[in-house]
Ligand binder design. Structure first.
Ligand SMILES: [Zn+2]
Length: 470
């Protein structure tokens, strides 16, 4: 039988706060094992958590970026479970009044709905070795948002594209660094299959902790295939939590799936509810940059292809730079081409991938000079290279490198005549209608002129001489 895959995601994103969510310990990746811990995040009895308001603000910023409704009162709950990655045996989370509800994100032409975004604390990191399990509590208490979607995705590729989109949106908003390789963004995937053409969802399984786009794709594809085989064999899919094994590319059962009531959630008595005012929401909204989705629409309006827009949107500093160039008067398509080539090559090679050290107005001016043929393609490349690497303004680069095209028309005419007379066979071919030899002539002339004239001038002169025999 043919099946349709149904996918809902829970995306966990660590927030870019300086300190942890309920204590003053540093929130940073790496560092000395158990070096960023205190009695609060190590779960010592008798300690009291104090909320980091910045975490709430970043969660609100995430919600606004996805068009969610922001709760005006958000409260905290204890999710009870006993496991060594969480020393106090409960996680402070939000079940009943999450910080954001609803919203969604258009991906590949379809709108994927969000159910909610809630705040919680991350757990410590366990490393299983032959000698036993090692625990690093540096990650315990790092603020997380969990973005929960509706079961709106229908393929592994769509799920991957959605996560890429979410990740980019969070990075643009400054909510998370989105570094999957460091565990800043992790995905749980809920997967079920149903016979194609039907509407009723099948029993779902949840695959925990997918930490790369590649693994999301492979795990979803494997799991959908596995469930289809179970159903085709006359069996029933068990509701369970599974893990994806990166080495074998298969999913394995971990435990039967727990429901919310299994965790005995109850309101946390240590942290008061948080009131979020209209003024708070307005202030956070005003500080947010334009979302990548909005920029994508804008770029399509400029006439950029989806591929070009995607390349520019990949890194926020590049997109910001592009927007600034267009604002400074650059032609959007010409600027996109220049950024894709000359700028991106240098940006990608830079160590920090932060700022692009060229004034956007200089890019706009350089493109205008090229459009007016005052500098040629090679000159434009040289100008951009010098501005980027030597940090010099366009005016200085133009003067220093002598980039303006200065055409000596009598020299062009002389060279063209000489080249044509030296190649009578090719000239005859041209006259017989073989237009391809023109590029041979252009090449010969360009070599003789050593860049002293524009290609279009040489071409026009060549055509005149070849046609008129003058
Ligand atoms: Zn701490």
């Amino acid at each position: 039988m043919k099946y349709t895959t149904v996918i809902g995601l829970e995306i966990h994103a660590e927030l870019l706060t300086k300190s942890k969510v309920f204590c003053g310990c540093k929130n940073s990746f790496g560092g000395r094992v158990n070096g960023n811990c205190c009695p609060v995040c190590a779960g010592m009895p008798g300690t009291l958590p104090a909320l980091n308001k910045k975490a709430v603000e970043l969660a609100v910023a995430a919600g606004l970026s996805f068009g969610c409704a922001v709760s005006r009162l958000t409260v905290w709950d204890r999710k009870n479970y006993f496991y060594p990655d969480l020393a106090k045996a409960y996680q402070i989370s939000q079940l009943y009044a999450p910080v954001c509800l609803g919203g969604g994100l258009e991906t590949g032409g379809r709108f994927i709905r969000l159910t909610r975004i809630h705040l919680e604390e991350d757990a410590g990191k366990l490393t299983h070795t032959r000698g036993g399990t090692l625990i690093d509590y540096n990650r315990a208490g790092v603020p997380l948002i969990e973005i929960v979607t509706e079961p709106d995705m229908r393929s592994a590729d769509e799920a991957v594209e959605f996560v890429e989109n979410v990740r980019r949106t969070l990075v643009y908003a400054g909510v998370s660094d989105g570094k999957m390789e460091q565990g800043s963004l992790r995905v749980d995937a809920n997967i079920s299959v149903m016979p194609s053409g039907t509407e009723k969802f099948g029993t779902r399984t949840e695959i925990k902790n997918l930490n790369s786009f590649k693994f999301i794709k492979k795990a979803v594809e494997f799991e959908a295939e596995r469930q289809a085989e179970v159903l085709d064999g006359g069996g029933a899919v068990a509701q369970e939590t599974r893990r994806y094994d990166e080495a074998s590319g298969e999913t394995f059962s971990m435990r039967s799936k727990e429901d919310a009531h299994d965790y005995r959630y109850f309101p946390d008595p240590d942290i008061p509810p948080v009131v979020i005012s209209d003024a708070d929401v307005e202030r956070i909204k005003n500080a947010l940059p334009e979302t990548p989705s909005a920029r994508l629409k804008k770029y399509a309006g400029y006439g950029l292809s989806v591929a070009d827009a995607g390349v520019i949107l990949e890194n926020k500093p590049v997109s910001d730079f592009y927007d600034a160039c267009v604002k400074a008067g650059a032609d959007p398509v010409a600027a996109a081409n220049l950024i894709r080539g000359e700028i991106l090559r240098r940006y990608n090679a830079s160590a920090d991938r932060e700022q692009i050290p060229v004034a956007p107005a200089d890019i706009a001016d350089a493109l205008k000079l090229a459009e007016k043929s005052e500098i040629d393609g090679g000159g434009l490349k040289t100008a951009v290279g010098c501005m980027y690497l030597e940090r010099k303004p366009l005016s200085a680069v133009l003067a220093e490198k002598n980039l303006f095209v200065k055409e000596d028309l009598s020299l062009v005419s002389e060279v063209v005549k000489r080249v044509v007379s030296e190649n009578p066979k090719a000239a005859a071919q041209y006259k017989e209608g073989d237009a391809k030899v023109l590029s041979f002539f252009i090449g010969q002339c360009a070599r003789a002129l050593r860049g002293g004239a524009l290609a279009q001038t040489v071409r026009a002169e060549l055509e005149r001489v070849l046609n008129d025999g003058d």
